[in-house]
Design a protein around this ligand. Structure first.
Ligand code: NAD
Length: 487
């Protein structure tokens, strides 16, 4: 059983219900996640509350010393952590390492807190009166994360939260608890005071208990849209600050003037990398004019050439999807697309990998000619499936994007600066790529989803993270001149 980490101590949960952690390539059960109770959440909140006063008073320059140590430990243990990610999530070892690097980047940025957390001031707002804005930590905050980035997504929140002086409770996905278990062992090795970071494993009960707890001030959530909406509305009803990142259906428009070799290579990586289980994976390519045939033939060749298998095996380019149910769901959505009129030019259903008969493998799939009016055109698949939609003009392509309920990412492939500028200006999504397949913002920029892909105002990462994890206070001061004459 995966233990919880509360108040600086590892302890077994008293849970009576568990979720099996299953290696998606081999179907082997490798651990059990306890579904912790609301009482256990309260225990973690009490530990975080007890740690807060001293942590808040620790100077920001001292707080970040623990993050410098953490960065070094993550670097030193990157291979070990990457192996854990591959074993519990399924992505390849190379993808897992790349993910950890993106997590470490957030630790590095949070080390700039002594500068980023500064407020501002102005003397003589009226003669002899000065005014200043200062930033103060909120108190106890919580983060709830999904299965697809077991290391990176918790680090979108944890480093900023604690660098700003808050104490934190993390609830990782019950399907991939082992990466954070190890990361918390490394956090403990930094000497961080007890209770500053806490880990509670579980599912819905833990999430709702965190949202309902009166001493939890803010909730950061990443996951599917229905759950993001639930967390957003329930947190709002409880008067909490929240940032909730939801699902996605990302589009790329390929113009006929694009560099087709570059576009094919980058879009194939975006659509099929991490088995399509990235919230920034391209899911629909909208080809304009002549790009329809050139791009379709090239992407079909690229998709067919991808080697699938166990992500720990050398030469494997794409691993399995997370669960058997996920595989069944993806394959049934492909069938629905075919039913709605799309042609499977590359069909990855019923994929078999030698030596891994029980693995959840879906090979890269390309659906050509998906009708714009089909339900699949706007349904998140979250698997290695790229649909091709044809548009006769960039206006039609943009109109299709505008109708999407999601707005996580939109990309354009072109060699025209004017088309690129128009796209940047009009595209209805928060993360925009120009000749980029996965427009994942660096840690010093916010991860800016829109529409049903994000509920809230302040995003994760960068300056938004500092605003999210701090309360703004304005102080107006007047000191009588007479007092100075006393000295
Ligand atoms: P999920 O919504 O099933 O789970 C996310 C978290 O919510 C988990 O910790 C889970 O325990 C908890 N949870 C699940 N059901 C719940 C419920 N009914 N009530 C309360 N809590 C609940 O998501 P997932 O399958 O782990 O992750 C995949 C989804 O996450 C995809 O939709 C993907 O697009 C999205 N995602 C979005 C982003 C982004 O930045 N917008 C990033 C990564 C993943």
């Amino acid at each position: 059983m995966v233990p919880n980490y509360v108040g600086g101590r590892w302890a077994a949960s008293a849970a009576t219900e568990f979720v099996d952690v299953v290696n998606p390539a081999t179907a082997e059960v490798i651990a059990r996640t306890p579904l912790s109770s609301a009482a256990e959440v309260d225990g973690a909140v009490q530990a975080a509350l007890a740690a807060f006063p001293a942590w808040r008073r620790t100077p920001p320059g001292e707080r970040i010393q623990f993050l410098f140590k953490l960065k070094n430990l993550l670097d030193e243990h990157i291979d070990e952590l990457a192996r854990l990610i591959t074993v519990e999530n399924g992505k390849t070892f190379g993808e897992a390492k790349a993910e950890i690097r993106r997590g470490i980047e957030n630790v590095e940025v949070a080390c700039g807190i002594p500068l980023m957390m500064q407020g501002y001031n102005l003397e003589d707002v009226t003669p002899g009166v000065d005014e200043m804005q200062i930033r103060q930590p909120l108190g106890v905050v919580a983060a709830i994360t999904p299965f697809n980035f077991p290391a990176m997504i918790p680090f979108w929140f944890l480093p900023y939260a604690i660098a700003c002086g808050n104490t934190l409770i993390l609830k990782p996905s019950e399907r991939v608890p082992l990466t954070m278990r190890r990361a918390f062992e490394l956090l403990a090795m930094t000497g961080l005071p007890n209770g500053v970071v806490n880990l509670v494993n579980g599912g819905r009960t833990v999430v709702d208990a965190l949202i309902d707890h009166p001493d939890v001030r803010a909730i950061s959530f990443v996951g599917s849209t229905p759950v993001a909406k639930h967390v957003y509305t329930r947190s709002a009803a409880n008067g909490k600050r929240m940032q909730c990142q939801g699902g996605a259906k990302n589009h790329v428009i390929v113009l006929p003037d694009a560099d087709m070799d570059l576009a094919t290579q980058i879009i194939a990586d975006s659509a099929f990398g991490c088995a399509g289980q990235r919230c920034l994976a391209v899911s629909v390519a909208v080809t304009v004019g002549d790009a329809q045939h050139t791009f379709r033939d090239a992407i079909a060749r690229a998709a067919s050439g991808i080697r699938i298998g166990n992500g720990l095996d050398t030469g494997v380019q794409m691993g399995p999807v997370i669960t058997r149910e996920s595989k069944a769901r993806i394959e049934s959505l492909v069938a629905a697309g075919v039913q709605e009129g799309a042609k499977p030019v590359v069909d990855g259903r019923n994929a078999q990998v030698d030596g891994y008969a029980e693995g959840n493998f879906v090979a890269p799939t390309v659906l050509d000619g998906l009708p714009v009016s089909s339900s699949l055109a706007h349904t998140e698949i979250f698997g290695p499936v790229l649909s091709l939609v044809h548009a006769s003009s960039i206006d039609d392509a943009m109109e299709f994007l505008r109708r999407s309920p999601f707005g996580n990412q939109a990309s354009l492939f072109t060699t025209s600066g004017a088309a690129a500028r128009r796209f940047r200006y009009e595209a209805p999504a928060g993360n925009i790529g120009i000749n980029i397949g996965v427009a994942a913002p660096m840690a010093y920029f916010p991860f800016s989803g829109w529409k049903e892909s994000f509920f809230g105002i302040l995003h994760g990462q960068g300056r938004d993270a500092v605003e999210f994890y701090t309360e703004s206070k304005v102080v107006i001061e007047r000191w009588s001149r007479q007092e100075t004459r006393k000295f």
